[in-house]
Design a protein around this ligand. Structure first.
Ligand SMILES: Cc1cc2nc3c(=O)[nH]c(=O)nc-3n(C[C@H](O)[C@H](O)[C@H](O)COP(=O)(O)OP(=O)(O)OC[C@H]3O[C@@H](n4cnc5c(N)ncnc54)[C@H](O)[C@@H]3O)c2cc1C
Length: 598
């Protein structure tokens, strides 16, 4: 025997009418209590209407796009006899009261990716230690940003981190410690440079313990600050390794025992880990990944860096500055693959000139043999360098996502075979209440992408209309010189045939740059030939990472060349080079002579 119950639009708060933007079930579907039936959207927020009880959808009475008001009939549900209409109404009321989302509902601009995995796995009735409206798994720049934003939007948030210190790779073993050391290397180099200008300091005396202490103090200050910010926002930090046990529960294991956390929404922010290539004697302490290299246990006389990407070259810059003799091998035929050659050239030249670095492109390391006197390395490809012995080897060949280590299957969460989790522009995974952000969602693996995505996920989870709509994500190598680029590159344009015109300004004509003793920089901007709007740009030279922000804003604001050229930039600064590059494109530059375009 079965009864038919009617499911109606719940209390909409201040809104009289809202739009139905998505119907999540079809006639004949079996639904459980709390399964989402439809999504409503107002201009302020979105809200899913849950099923009050388990049953079978009989007839859907509304259509997508309809403007609906409170009490309008959504659908009828066939339920086993005995489950009355009043119990359904009570449940709906409870749901409405529970919701911390502003009462006016509203949805989400785009659908979640097609499910590639089993449907959501609801929690078996296990004992729950803690409930979170939003649980965030991983406390890197993606995770802590998401947690803080969700808390600021009124959600009860639990942040799960496997390490005792929050902040993730970026704060602890990535962006921040590397930049602290890079700054020291830069000052050493600048001091050396002054010798040709009549000021000599003598050879630097390096105390590695103090240097490490400085780096650790910078990290410590930031991570302590983060913990304080979490406390202020009442974000509960749970230490332990989290794995999903269903689409609504997470199990957290630590030395102190295990905890089960139930959640309404989860945000996966588990980041990435170092790729360990085979054939390397990883148990030899002279072999380092980036984390070990940041510990600067010693300054090796001869350092081999395997991998000519950003991380490898930043660490090479640190060790080169401290006095190591560098050899860099890269499998591809260029350093920093993906970045335009004219931006990389000044770095390549400086590495060779300053550190006498040997750079082997198109070359692979095929063997690393631990010997008493060092690590003997054999190479293949390129000009096939002769085998050589190094005091230390740094392996920096990339990072792989941690999506394969979170029990994703138990939540029905789709993870590809590399460990990435696909998301839509609202950071939703194939499971509607689970979001993913940061390195685990794909390239570029950058902290500022992770934090941007973290805000989007938190806002969507809190019912706001939000989405990833940034037009461009800047990339920076904090080497010496720095290299930064954003938007379209000439390399991409050549590959996909995008039409562009370019304005460039060589820093050999910048008074500020020459005053710094540097003439190797370049600022270039790519424009759409038809609209003169900026498509992308690149900078190489000191502080390129700061200068790229102006080009990123220009892309976001749809600027034309004249907007940049006619903006008064302070003189003498490196920022002028951005305006000059735009003027060079416009043909209005007076600081250079550019023959007129015919
Ligand atoms: C040497 C180095 C230098 C870098 N420099 C820069 C830079 O200058 N600028 C830049 O933009 N990017 C830089 N990056 C990259 C940047 O660090 C990452 O892109 C960024 O940290 C990604 O943030 P995330 O939040 O996705 O993950 P992560 O920062 O990787 O954080 C993930 C967190 O999740 C935790 N976690 C993982 N699995 C679990 C689990 N099952 N349970 C609980 N916790 C878990 C991890 O312990 C970690 O704390 C650098 C990386 C390295 C290695």
């Amino acid at each position: 025997m079965s009864d038919l119950i009617e499911v109606r639009i719940p209390d909409l708060g201040e809104a009289e009418k809202v739009q139905l933007v998505e119907i999540l079930v079809s006639s004949g579907d079996r639904v459980d209590a709390d399964d989402s039936l439809i999504t409503l959207e107002s201009d302020k927020a979105s809200m899913d209407v849950p099923s009050p009880v388990a049953g079978t959808v009989k007839e859907i009475r509304l259509e997508v796009g309809a403007e609906v008001a409170q009490d309008e009939l959504i659908l009828t549900l066939e339920v086993p006899s005995g489950q009355t209409e009043s119990s359904a109404e009570e449940l709906l009321e409870l749901e409405a009261e529970d919701s911390a989302v502003p009462p006016a509902p509203g949805p989400v601009p785009s659908p979640a990716p097609e499910p590639q995995a089993p449907s959501p796995v609801r929690s078996a009735p296990t004992a729950v230690d803690l409930h979170a409206e939003v649980v965030v798994l991983g406390s890197g720049p993606g995770g802590y940003t998401a947690a803080f934003r969700a808390a600021d939007l009124g959600k009860r948030v639990v942040l799960v981190e496997r390490y005792p210190i929050i902040g993730g790779v970026c704060l602890n073993v990535g962006c921040i410690p590397s930049k602290a050391l890079l700054h020291v290397a830069e000052v050493i180099e600048e001091a050396k440079d002054l010798e040709s200008r009549g000021v000599a300091f003598g050879k630097p005396k390096i105390n590695l313990d103090e240097l490490r202490g400085f780096k650790d103090s910078v990290v410590g200050r930031l991570t302590k600050g983060l913990s304080a910010l979490a406390k202020k926002r009442k974000v509960e930090v749970v230490q332990g390794s989290g794995t999903f046990s269903s689409s609504t529960t997470l199990r957290v294991e630590s030395e102190a025992g295990s905890k089960t956390i139930s959640f309404d929404h989860a945000i996966v922010a588990v980041g990435s880990r170092v790729i360990e290539i085979p054939g390397i004697p990883w148990d030899d302490p002279r072999v380092m990944d980036s984390t070990a290299a940041l510990e600067i246990e010693e300054i090796p006389k001869k350092l081999l860096v395997i991998g000519g990407g950003i991380i490898g070259l930043e660490m090479a810059t640190v060790y080169g500055g401290l006095g190591s003799r560098l050899t860099i091998v890269e499998m591809m035929d260029c350093l920093i693959p993906g970045c335009d050659r004219d931006l990389v050239k000044p770095l390549e030249r400086r590495l060779k000139r300053r550190y006498k670095a040997e750079i082997h492109l198109g070359t692979k390391v095929v063997e690393v043999k631990p010997l008493k006197r060092g690590l003997k390395v054999r190479f293949e490809g390129g000009k096939e360098p002769a085998p050589a012995t190094f005091d230390r080897v740094l392996v920096a060949v990339g990072r792989r996502p941690n999506g394969d280590r979170i029990g994703a299957g138990s939540a029905g969460l789709a993870v590809d075979d590399r460990g990435f989790i696909a998301v839509d522009e609202q950071q939703r995974t194939n499971i509607r209440n689970i979001f993913a952000i940061g390195d685990v969602t794909g390239h570029p693996m950058l902290a500022h992408k992770a934090s941007y995505e973290g805000k989007v996920a938190a806002e969507v989870a809190a019912g706001l209309k939000s989405g990833f709509d940034a037009r461009a994500i800047p990339s920076v190598a904090y080497t010496d010189p720095e290299i930064a680029w954003v938007g379209l590159t000439e390399t991409e344009a050549a590959l996909d045939g995008t039409a562009y015109e370019k304005g460039s300004f060589p820093w050999s004509a910048s008074g500020r740059s020459l005053g710094m003793g540097r003439s190797d920089g370049l600022t270039k901007i790519l424009f759409d030939p038809a609209t003169k709007r900026i498509l992308g740009g690149g900078v190489v030279g000191p502080s390129a990472g700061d200068l790229i922000a102006e080009l990123t804003l220009a892309i976001e604001m749809d600027c034309e060349a004249a907007d940049l050229g006619l903006t008064i930039h302070p003189h003498p600064t490196l920022s002028e080079t951005v305006a000059f590059a735009a003027e060079a494109f416009e043909g209005t530059i007076t600081d250079l002579y550019v023959p007129k375009k015919k």
